[in-house]
Design a protein around this ligand. Sequence first.
Ligand code: 5GP
Length: 204
Amino acid sequence: MHHKRSNILVVLIAPSGGGKTTIIRRLLTLKPNLEYSVSFTTRQPRGAEQNKVDYHFITEAEFRQKIADDDFIEHALVHNHFYGTSKKYIQERLDDGKDVIMDIDVQGAKQLLVSGFPAVTIFILPPTLNELGQRLQNRKTDTEEVINLRLRNAREEIKKIKEFDYLVINDTVDQAVEAVGNIMDSERNRVDRYRNTDVIFFGG
Ligand code: 5GP
């Protein structure tokens, strides 16, 4: 019999443009047991984003119905649009022996922690506000007004870093991916994640 560990839910929190998407894509290719929680949102698709892959793009009425049905483990209004995470999806993946990674904002991450759901929270920060502005510009998918709103919100989000477990500075994608991967590996070895270690050890 193998030693059993409970699976981990990893929450990446970062200002928009912080590079989470790239980091997550890379981690998904490196870690076969990891699944991405695709969020629901009322915002419009951006660039080459695909429905059900990047987000489930839904209407505000559909979103409100999901809130009423208690479908979300957390949800928030971010930059004037609703975003939410499916409770069922996460629970099913974890029950199925998968680790799950999600990408949410500060408000959502706090709700998740308050709900008592065990999660490892990692704040991803670009090295400077300037750099964040550059990344949003380079993305060429947002208007100046949207970029300014996102930068204003970033100032508020950064004040909340201390509420989370880990901070990774996203200097380069490679370093950030390695850091997040290392955190996941360490978290997996926490004593409290093992189940019935003694029984298995003694051959039970
Ligand atoms: P974007 O529109 O740039 O994809 O995301 C904007 C912000 O919404 C980012 O900070 C992102 O992490 C956050 N976000 C994405 N999905 C969710 C979600 O399901 N819940 C919450 N609370 N925030 C989300």
